[in-house]
Design a protein around this ligand. Structure first.
Ligand SMILES: [Zn+2]
Length: 370
């Protein structure tokens, strides 16, 4: 199992934000041995032969919003969950934060051939205010109890459905009173967890901010009032622009609710400028595909192209999809002795996001898997 791989070309090992902006530490060679990566040749390297990969290497991509073990009707079986994770892996995604899954996916974490998985447990939603069979559907009084239970059921992250269509109001409406959010988020923080929330509308954001939310998914409802607060409080966003691109379909599906349909069309029309304004204000942005559930797996390259279209430079996309995202989840990049989780491209993703469309090689835990 002591596979030795020599990586040559350009290896982006770490990133930092200095006076000159975002800078990547680049090496011309790296040594993968016994699952780890090194800048200098380690002892025993190549004793059982060496394979070589040449190109532009980066740390494995991180998808901060996907769903493993979920499809349009709810929980999948294990075989489909494995297929979903494998599809993502082969596109270079080697770290996933699942943003809610009704399937207990701990078995995925026991397989060395599947991406690293940070689980959210199961979505928490109000009764009949989310997709069927996805969430624990609960009233605000039960939120704190269920939220704390998800910290343990998952890997510390808790996923709330922050707003959804209210059929009586005929529009998107916030799902939780601020007091219930505050108690629940405080309790999750006390248990060492973090909380993220699905939010399409502007209306749910002030309450979540006041309650101390850590991260917001989609975030199409950001405004000139809330953007500076996200930056000030360090609340990250995961836009899932491929999913937002489907809002016209969601509007069409909800045409019996004209206010809702109009609202979704407006959010869609402003999606790039909303994310661009957040980026310009210094809000942390991470890549997330929302694969699983409604969207297919294997679409990270499309999401990264969308982030670029929203105004992130190719280098900023690389940080959002790999360096900053991995750090945010508590994982290493390609520093000396780190797990050898890397993707190699024929062209430089630092300059052009089209590089992500076709990885030349994918190495996970030191084993070449593609
Ligand atoms: Zn999702």
């Amino acid at each position: 199992m002591a596979e030795s791989i020599l990586v040559t070309g350009s290896i982006a090992r770490s990133a930092r934000r200095g006076d000159a902006g975002l800078e990547f530490e680049i090496a011309e060679r790296a040594y993968v041995h016994e699952g780890r990566i090194y800048g200098a040749e380690p002892e025993g390297f190549g004793a059982e032969g060496v394979s070589e990969i040449e190109g532009y290497a980066i740390p494995g991509l991180a998808d901060l919003h996907c769903h493993v073990g979920l499809d349009e009707s709810g929980a999948t079986d294990h075989a489909l969950a494995i297929q979903q994770a494998t599809t993502d892996r082969d596109t270079g995604v080697l770290l996933q934060r699942d943003a809610g899954s009704p399937l207990d996916t701990r078995f995925v974490q026991e397989r060395a051939d599947l991406p690293r998985l940070v689980r959210c447990g199961r979505h928490l939603a109000r009764p009949k205010r989310y997709l069927r069979n996805y969430a624990w559907e609960i009233e605000p009084e039960a939120l704190v109890e269920y939220a704390v239970a998800q910290v343990a059921a998952g890997d510390g992250w808790v996923k709330l459905v922050g707003d959804w269509i209210d059929r009586e109001a005929g529009d998107l409406k916030a799902c939780w009173p601020t007091e219930a959010l505050t108690v629940a988020i405080d309790a999750v923080h006390a248990a060492g967890g973090r909380v993220t929330a699905h939010c399409f509308s502007h209306e749910s954001l002030p309450g979540l901010l006041e309650a101390g939310i850590d991260c917001v998914e989609h975030a199409t409802g950001l405004t000139a009032e809330t953007i500076p607060l996200f930056a000030e409080h360090g609340v990250a966003i995961v836009p899932t622009l491929v999913n937002i691109g489907q809002f016209l379909d969601y509007a069409e599906a909800g045409h019996r609710f004209p206010a809702y349909a109009a609202h979704m069309r407006t959010l869609h029309a402003h999606r790039y400028e909303t994310i661009a304004a957040a980026h310009a204000a210094g809000v942390q942005i991470f890549a997330g595909t929302d694969a699983g559930g409604v969207l297919p797996h294997g679409i990270i390259a499309s999401e990264l192209a969308e982030l670029h279209r929203a105004g992130l430079s190719a280098a900023e996309v690389l940080a959002a999809a790999a360096f900053d995202a991995r750090t945010y989840l508590g994982f290493d990049t390609l520093t000396d002795g780190a797990s050898a989780d890397l993707v190699v491209y024929s062209t430089n993703p630092q300059d052009d996001v089209r590089a992500y469309e076709e990885p030349r090689a994918v190495v996970l835990r030191g084993q070449r898997v593609r």
